[in-house]
Write a protein that binds this ligand. Structure first.
Ligand code: PMP
Length: 293
């Protein structure tokens, strides 16, 4: 079956889908994106992704190319036409096509591209195989809450991780605090057993998976702290893991080559993976998305 992409009003063969060379996304990274996970045919956290997309567009003053309702229909249609039951839908909105010039162009219509890709179904056993992370300086701009397509520091960081044989790079602010991974949120379970992840601020992208895990933890009566943690604290932690729409809840067993805890997947991490899967299957995604309203 051929893959299908949606580009500005048309469903096209993926191999033939294209945008104009003067699309501002291409020239300036002047655009935003979202990645929606599909799990057993269901969209995960749709409301949260839509709220976050609205936030990103508003902060960059990019117009909605179509209504939010129409977009929801297109996302489903792209998943359907590509027969994706487990995988992801990628959505990108840029400010549009205009003669290259820095200020916002007048009378420019924003561009919309939606693609979908099948991925192996969520596999708890694979997620319980611990992975390594490295730490790198966070050299990004100061608005990580905006899901911009401008991802150079993230791709350089991820490449550095891969070359070091690690799964992810945790980015560290100038004051020594771990902000997040290049495409994941970062979590630890401290020496004293406290679950910790960075608080919501401009320093992180508030992950939809992060919100689901927090709601699932609350539902199970588990406590957590939303605050920055240092590399030193992470090195001493009992457990660590990362979350994202495509990494789900993935155990981290080493940081910069040093074992986390006893070097095995932590008990709470395993429990949170189970809680997360039950949560998205029962609830579909986080209800508490008021942060973006
Ligand atoms: N932080 C960054 C920098 C990311 O790119 C992502 C992935 N979109 C996340 C965190 C996790 O977000 P989510 O759980 O919504 O996939």
């Amino acid at each position: 079956m051929s893959r299908i992409a949606y580009v500005n009003g048309q469903y096209l063969l993926h191999s033939e889908a294209a945008v104009h060379i003067e699309d501002r996304g291409y020239q300036f990274a002047d655009g935003v994106y979202e990645v929606f996970a599909l799990h057993r045919g269901q969209m995960v956290g749709e409301k949260g992704h839509m709220e976050r997309l609205t936030h990103s567009l508003n902060e960059l003053r990019i117009d909605w190319p179509i209504s939010r309702r129409a977009l929801a229909i297109i996302i489903r249609e792209v998943a359907r036409r590509n027969r994706v039951k487990d995988g992801l839908v990628y959505l990108q909105i840029t400010r549009g096509v205009a003669r290259r010039d820095h200020p916002f162009p007048k009378d420019c219509e924003s561009s919309l591209v939606v693609t979908a890709r099948q991925l192996p179904p969520l596999d708890k056993e694979a997620l319980r195989q611990g992975v390594g992370v490295i730490t790198i300086p966070d050299i990004r701009w100061k608005r990580h809450d905006i899901k911009s397509v401008s991802l150079l520091p993230n791709i350089l960081g991820k490449q550095q991780a891969r070359e070091a044989g690690a799964y992810e790079a945790w980015m560290v602010s100038e004051d020594g605090m771990v902000t997040e991974g290049t495409s994941t949120n970062a979590w630890i379970v401290t020496k004293s057993g406290q679950l910790v992840t960075h608080n919501v601020s401009h320093a992180i992208l508030n992950g939809i998976t992060r919100l689901s895990v927090l709601e699932a933890a609350t539902g199970a009566g588990l406590s957590f702290e939303e605050r920055p943690f240092s590399v030193a604290e992470a090195m001493e932690a009992k457990e660590a893991f990362v979350t994202s729409s495509t990494s789900h809840v993935k155990a981290v067993t080493s940081i910069d080559g040093e074992s986390v805890g006893n070097g095995h997947v932590g008990e709470l991490t395993g429990q949170l993976l189970d809680l997360y899967v039950d949560f998205i299957e029962a609830k579909g995604g986080p209800a508490n998305t008021s942060i973006w309203n």
